[in-house]
Design a protein around this ligand. Structure first.
Ligand code: AQP
Length: 332
């Protein structure tokens, strides 16, 4: 097995929609692209997490490939990063079982994501409760030093660290205890219509969510109709001006300019000016991602080959960790 001397990183995104949204792009994908330069990077499409809520099988299959295409179109280079599908590495659910038996009911049921999502479902699956143990397995199998995620995953990462420490204490040094990498400035992109909620696939108003695959017309419409705040001044004040502050965060991430610099440029201007310019910036930044995604989806055999080769590499590493864990817990 070829191993890299670089520190390792792992992260994933669920295949729960046709298009990833701007929160996924800024909070996760942009970080993935940066870290592939300095890390042995493993990025996966979390199709097993996706079925914790009901999914149509043909949609899930299609969305898995579409998510992979968006990873690559956003700049994840299969020559530098290992891109794979979670269900193609059986060690993920195998280690998850061991970690489920290490997690208490109290810990799992305290998770905010479980509480939020279970409140929205008629049928609450057991998988929704055990989701964080599978996420811990996704991570710990690869012994990464660092895991880039958005703010909403902080609590799951904390549990992952606790489970790693608990296992190491009980069975001897096995797992690296990973650090969460949560960029303060972009950790939470908010819904454009309801800037107190995070931008999310499951919020009811599609106007509040920018999809990576939106065309120029709908991107522009969504940004121009974003909810802004009382007053006129363009200022970064997340408490009193959440709508404008969210637009400034998006502006800053898409241009790599500091928020202070942008605020200075718009001194004395109206919210409308900011929105018009941001719409143009978003169209310019996201159109190549959309076009490249569509191009990649024309050659599904090639995409599948990238995923197969990623799965082979992920399996090699994951199986070594799983064997060690099985041995330590006493499985013959
Ligand atoms: N709004 C966001 N701002 C910053 N980061 C975000 N992430 C998600 N939303 C934001 C980060 O994207 C990565 C993948 O997220 P996920 O696969 O857990 O799915 P999701 O997109 O978080 O799911 P949604 O949109 O919230 O859909 P539902 O409503 O189905 O649960 C993670 O690193 C996450 O932090």
């Amino acid at each position: 097995m070829m191993t890299s001397s670089l520190p390792r990183t792992v992260s994933g995104i669920q295949a729960t929609s046709d298009s990833l949204h701007l929160g996924n792009y800024i909070g996760a994908l942009q970080q993935f692209v940066v870290h592939q330069e300095s890390h042995d990077a493993f990025y996966f499409i979390a199709n097993m997490h996706a079925i914790t809520v009901e999914q149509d099988p043909s949609d899930l299959r299609e969305r898995t490939l579409r998510t992979a295409a968006q990873f690559i179109a956003a700049g994840i280079d299969p020559e530098k990063s290992t891109i794979f599908v979670q269900s193609q590495v059986p060690a993920h659910p195998q280690l998850s079982w061991v970690l489920e038996c290490t997690t208490s009911m109290g810990e799992a049921s305290r998770m905010t994501q479980f509480k939020d999502k279970s409140a929205k479902q008629d049928h609450v699956s057991l998988g929704l409760l055990t989701y964080p143990a599978l996420m811990a397995a996704d991570i710990l199998l690869y012994n990464p030093q660092m895991v880039p995620v958005g703010e909403d995953q902080r609590q799951h990462l904390e549990l992952t660290r606790n489970l790693a420490e608990r296992f190491n204490y009980r069975f001897g040094e096995t797992f690296v205890v990973p650090e969460a990498q949560i960029l303060k400035s972009t950790a939470k992109i908010y819904d454009l219509q309801n800037p107190s909620s995070k931008m999310s696939k499951s919020l009811p108003s599609p106007l509040g969510r920018i999809d990576l695959l939106d065309d120029a017309k709908s991107l522009t419409k969504k940004i121009k109709s974003a909810v802004t705040d009382d007053g006129k001044e363009i200022a970064y004040e997340p408490e009193s001006k959440p709508g404008v502050s969210n637009l400034l965060t998006i502006y800053s991430s898409l241009t790599s300019r500091s928020v202070d610099d942008i605020v200075a440029e718009y001194e004395g201007k109206m919210y409308g000016h900011l929105k018009v310019d941001l719409a143009e910036i978003a169209v310019e930044a996201l159109t190549p991602v959309r076009e490249r995604t569509n191009e990649l989806l024309q050659d599904r055999a090639q995409l599948q080959a990238i995923l197969d080769s990623g799965a082979a590499k992920a399996n090699e590493i994951a199986e070594v960790t799983l064997r060690e864990v099985y041995d330590k817990v006493g499985f013959v």
